[in-house]
Design a protein around this ligand. Structure first.
Ligand code: NAP
Ligand code: COA
Length: 275
């Protein structure tokens, strides 16, 4: 059965929406009739993503900014509402950075770069977006990761940052509930063909082990995440707020921990790190 939603007349902003999972989410909303704005650091990626959304028939534009720069984020969001000619109905915040390294393999600046992009960037997007959100009615979704609640070697920076992201989600569900704004996190499982998986499962063997460790027996597709975001943002999600929703084929129940500790052993050999 083909899954379909109707977001015609709705305005969707996707921070970090120019590649991978977040671009897949932007494409989903574009197919389902929304006007879509994407943003990330690199102008060439923004331009290519916007063209991809237009190719799907959507009205779309994009802005280049770094989520670590609050003023630039605020300017991008202002540009988006000018383009929409109205408020933001669905806000997806998914800009993130990741590289595999043990804590002792990271400089202070390496730790800071990931915490600043993932966690501070989320704060920035949330804070700058609030005045532009449809009130009541907006759906805000932060893109988290299993590292938020499953400790993984080589991922201390991401584990801490994404745990923080989920607490921002849960706190804003309380603070913004009175404005009629719902705030949720989606936790993607291992998603095929993405930069995140290329970095965390860098060989075909590791990727195959990851796939086998998913109870549903397959890697996720970006469209799996798009459909979950659409469900949360549609009337079906009207009473859902403050939820941290794994969309992972069951991976975080058990497989994620065991397979990523095997991947860590490979990375020990590859990087010369490890105890
Ligand atoms: P990706 O393709 O690298 O997506 C990251 C996006 O964020 C890109 O559009 C990137 O574009 C943008 N970005 C990075 N740093 C930024 C910054 N400082 N300011 C603004 N934009 C920035 O990676 P992905 O694997 O699809 O991951 C997408 C999201 O899913 C992330 O939040 C990740 O933690 C989460 N996730 C992924 C997986 C997976 O299987 N891949 C699993 C769980 C969770 P620019 O380079 O142009 O800035
Ligand atoms: N191991 C250890 N440290 C690393 C590293 C690695 N594999 N890769 C980068 N770093 C360090 C750098 O050496 C630098 O530290 P230093 O100044 O002390 O040398 C620090 O991290 C910042 O790197 P830089 O390249 O200057 O940062 P940036 O802001 O341009 O990029 C990153 C941020 C590092 C997260 C980069 O990987 C990125 O842009 N990622 C976006 C895409 C992505 O990660 N996608 C997957 C999402 S899940």
């Amino acid at each position: 059965m083909t899954m379909t939603f109707d977001f015609s007349g709705k305005n969707v902003f996707v921070a970090g929406g120019t590649s991978g999972i977040n671009f897949g989410v932007a494409q989903g909303f574009a197919r389902w009739g929304a006007k879509v704005v994407v943003a990330s650091r690199k102008q060439d990626k923004v331009d290519a993503a916007v063209q991809g959304l237009k190719d799907l028939g959507a009205e779309a534009t994009g802005f280049a900014f770094d989520v670590r720069d609050y003023e630039a984020v605020a300017a991008g969001l202002k540009g988006a509402v000018d383009f929409f000619g109205g408020s933001i109905d669905v806000l997806i915040s998914g800009a993130a950075g990741n590289f595999p390294a043990r804590l002792m393999g990271m400089s202070p600046n390496a730790i800071k770069s990931v915490v600043d992009i993932d966690l501070l960037g989320t704060f920035h997007v949330m804070r700058a977006a609030h005045e532009h959100l449809t009130q009541p009615g907006a759906s805000v979704i932060n893109i988290s990761a299993p590292q938020a609640y499953l400790p993984m070697a080589y991922q201390a920076h991401v584990c801490a940052a994404k745990a923080g992201v989920d607490m921002v989600t849960r706190t804003l569900a309380i603070e913004w509930g009175g404005d009629g704004i719902r705030v949720n996190s989606i936790v993607p499982g291992p998603i095929a063909g993405t930069e995140g998986m290329a970095r965390l499962a860098p060989t075909p063997d590791i990727l195959s082990a990851v796939e086998k460790s998913v109870p549903l027996g397959r890697l996720g597709q970006t469209d799996d995440i798009a459909k979950a975001a659409a469900m949360l943002s549609s009337d079906a999600g009207a009473y859902i707020s403050g939820v941290v929703l794994p969309v992972d084929g069951g991976w975080s129940q058990e497989g994620a921990t065991s397979v990523m500790s095997k991947a860590a052993k490979f990375m020990d050999k590859m990087t010369g790190q490890g105890s």
